[in-house]
Design a protein. Structure first.
Length: 314
């Protein structure tokens, strides 16, 4: 009899903290998200809720400031999440948005993608990128952000439009609508948010660790676009419903988290020092939740769940 695969699916929402109970500025103070409300027994993803354990989920306000003055930034926040090392403290500053040589060196040595690959496991970064993204990289007009960089240095080739069409990748907007409307791919696959959640489960089957990233939350925060953010979280809510409906939660740990606050306060368009959102869903969530306090804790939790020895960080 074939043993079921233990799997971690990490849903990374860039720039999502836990903010005030202010519906006029915080999209997460809205009551528009039925899946999240059900998971949290009617509570909302706001600072006032605090640490919460329900029959279905663990909500963990997670420190992204990491003892370093200033507003957390993407490069050091994501590097910390992916290595378990306090990148901001190591550099002496919060840095971003894209990694410099100091952050890249950290990812090249300690990335979770690399650790899992070296341990004989199968990590997978499942986002697709359009050809113009690769063209801009080739021309030196943009740098890889921390997450795709970590995947690449571990040996993964970034996924393309062909992978999107073949069901091996997802769009950062879940549905693929942006590929049709904004990127010039009129035949791109189109999903409802629920179908996209089920598609993520299907493409995850060969892998031990699957990482999905959406950066739209951070852009909406910088634009102070409250209504756009509410619409985004409604899509995410439905996407999460589709994933939970399809997933084997007895063997799968689903992590929803972020790198810094931003979109939870649409009054100013800047990053915040708020704790970031972390949700644990599925297998062993209550035990593992106790080990999470800050962005430094995710690597050890994921390795523990997958039965991989702890990394040496010295």
């Amino acid at each position: 009899m074939e043993l079921k695969r233990r799997r971690v699916i990490l849903l990374f929402l860039d720039g999502v903290g836990l903010g005030a109970d202010e519906p006029s500025s915080n999209p997460l103070a809205s009551d528009a998200y039925p899946t999240l409300r059900a998971l949290l027994d009617g509570r909302r993803l706001i600072a006032q809720t605090g640490r919460l354990s329900t029959a279905s989920a663990e909500l963990i306000p997670t420190d992204a400031v990491l003892g370093v003055p200033g507003r957390p930034q993407s490069a050091t926040g994501q590097a910390t999440l992916l290595t378990g090392i306090n990148a901001a403290r190591l550099l002496g500053e919060h840095y971003g948005p894209r990694p410099d040589a100091r952050v890249r060196a950290l990812l090249e040595r300690h990335s979770l993608f690399l650790r899992l690959t070296q341990a004989g496991r199968s990590p997978y970064f499942c986002n697709a990128y359009p050809q113009r993204y690769f063209d801009a990289i080739q021309r030196g007009r943009r740098l890889l952000s921390a997450i795709p960089y970590a995947a690449v240095v571990a040996g993964q080739t970034l996924l393309t439009y062909e992978d999107l069409c073949a069901g091996r990748a997802l769009s950062a907007d879940f549905t693929g609508e942006g590929w049709r409307r904004e990127l010039g791919y009129p035949d791109a696959p189109l999903y409802s948010p629920q179908e996209a959640g089920r598609a993520l489960w299907e493409l995850s089957q060969p892998y031990d660790f699957v990482f999905f990233e959406t950066w739209q939350t951070d852009l909406l925060g910088h634009a102070a676009d409250l209504q756009g953010a509410i619409a985004f979280f409604q899509r995410f809510d439905a996407f999460l419903a589709g994933l939970l409906e399809a997933a084997d939660l007895t063997q799968t740990l689903i992590i929803v988290t972020s790198d810094h606050g931003n979109v939870e306060d649409c009054s100013h368009g800047k990053h915040t020092t708020n704790p970031v959102l972390t949700l644990l869903l599925g297998a062993e969530r209550q035990i593992l939740a106790a080990a999470i306090q800050s962005l430094t804790d995710f690597v050890s939790v994921i390795l523990r769940f997958l039965g991989v020895p702890e990394p040496e960080t010295a």
